[in-house]
Design a protein around this ligand. Structure first.
Ligand code: SAM
Length: 393
């Protein structure tokens, strides 16, 4: 353990660096295994959920992404409440809070009309075998119709989540030819170049859409125990998921939240908009509108303004004595190397919160810790810097 003091005017904040959690200690639950840019590992929210909340408490993540915090909260009997300005976040999380049985998924996949004609409004032939694409289009049309008529149920939502996750990738488990994963989808033009460079033809790469959905469902559901199903059954019905700008979450009641565990978007390091186009298309979401809504500040100054407003809103909804674990990283922005914990701590104090301490989890590098799409400390992070704030009682 290493420690130093951060002096912020009249406030002194202890900053401790150690390996607070390790991936070897506990393997994450299989339900977490969906990819999302800049997601954190489940061990991070678990550390704070276990220490700063009790069963039945509301645990909130205002930038929920794939919903790592909220799934972990649900699995531990806490009531998940979440928000993300990108509607894909709910598409990915909601079904994992209400997981169907594998039998129910298999039955629904068996009932679907995979051969129905569903004309497409864009050319995706560089990604998929024609028959695979036909089946994907049939599934998309079915899901969009069910959503429009209000008939989409938990099994449909599960299938939609798994299919969204399998759209593209570089292993045989994905619907596409070799390409980037769906959370970093390349453009159609780039895919044509990839095919040329790799000498690959989508016509030679038939993928069985329902079989792959079933296979991934089996992997995701592998760890779900009957007790967890009961816990999720109780809390998932109470789970409120919002799709708003973080600064304006009126639907959340004042003083209703016990704990916030979150990680905000960082400057403009991750291109959420570009990355999301194919997943948005499959889900009938306007990717351009999402791109505009997502916060991508260009300087630490702009970023600080958004985070300050966000902290004020979190203070409103936090119950007295409630805590915020605000995870940031080390990034190189226009302003050079910045320790964002040193930016967030004074913002929290200015927003009327106590800064209890700063935890820096230092971990040997692993694939998921490579969470900003970069591979070293020069442009990203392989440590988690967490500012722990508390609303005064
Ligand atoms: C770093 S990711 C969070 C990842 C999450 N911790 C996980 O494990 O999946 C940041 C998220 O903030 C969302 N976001 C960006 N700007 C936002 C805003 N102004 N209001 C709400 N959400 C926003 C993005 O869509 C993205 O999902």
């Amino acid at each position: 353990m290493r420690a130093d003091w951060l002096c912020l005017g009249e406030h002194k904040v202890l900053r401790e660096t150690t390996e607070y959690w390790t991936s070897a200690q506990r393997q994450s639950h299989s339900l977490h295994e969906v990819s999302y840019r800049a997601c954190f590992k489940a061990e991070l929210p678990l550390y704070f959920i276990e220490r700063y909340s009790a069963e039945g408490d509301v645990v909130y993540d205002p930038f929920m992404g794939r919903g790592t915090t909220l799934l972990e909260a649900g699995l531990k009997g806490r009531v998940p409440e979440g928000n993300d300005v990108n509607p894909l976040a709910e598409v990915l999380l909601r079904p994992r809070l209400e997981p169907p049985t594998l039998e129910a998924v298999a039955a629904r996949l068996g009932e679907l009309d995979w051969d129905r004609a569903a004309p497409l409004d864009l050319d995706l032939s560089m990604f998929y075998h024609p028959e695979t694409l036909g089946r994907l289009a049939a599934l998309r049309a079915y899901l969009l119709e069910r959503a429009a008529s209000g008939e989409l149920d938990a099994v449909d939502r599960w299938i939609r989540m798994v299919a969204t996750n399998r759209l593209t990738g570089h292993s045989p488990g994905f619907f596409s030819v070799y390409t980037m994963p769906p959370n970093q989808a390349v453009s159609a033009e780039s895919q044509v170049k990839i095919n040329r460079r790799r000498n690959q033809r989508p016509e030679d790469a038939y993928k069985d859409v329902p079989a792959l959905i079933l296979r991934k469902s089996k992997a995701l559901l592998k760890d779900v125990t009957p007790l967890e199903r009961l816990l999720l059954d109780e809390v998932a019905t109470g789970a409120r998921l919002h799709c708003c700008d973080v600064r304006d979450t009126k639907a959340i009641e004042a003083e209703s939240v016990a704990l916030v565990v979150t990680s905000p978007p960082f400057l403009n390091v991750v291109q959420y908009a570009k990355d999301n186009w194919l997943r948005c298309w499959f889900n009938g979401i306007d990717a351009e509108a999402v791109a505009e809504a997502i916060t991508t500040p260009r300087s630490v100054r702009d970023w600080s303004q958004v985070m300050f407003d966000c902290l004020l809103e979190l203070r409103r909804i936090l119950r007295p004595g409630g805590r915020i674990a605000f995870e940031v990283g080390e990034v190189t922005g226009g302003d050079g190397e910045v320790r964002l914990d040193e930016v967030v701590a004074p913002l929290g104090i200015e927003a009327g919160l106590d800064c209890e301490r700063i935890l820096i989890n230092e971990q040997s590098f692993t694939k998921t810790a490579n969470c900003w799409g970069v591979k070293n400390n020069r442009k990203g992070t392989n440590t988690n810097r967490i500012v722990l704030l508390r609303k005064p009682s």
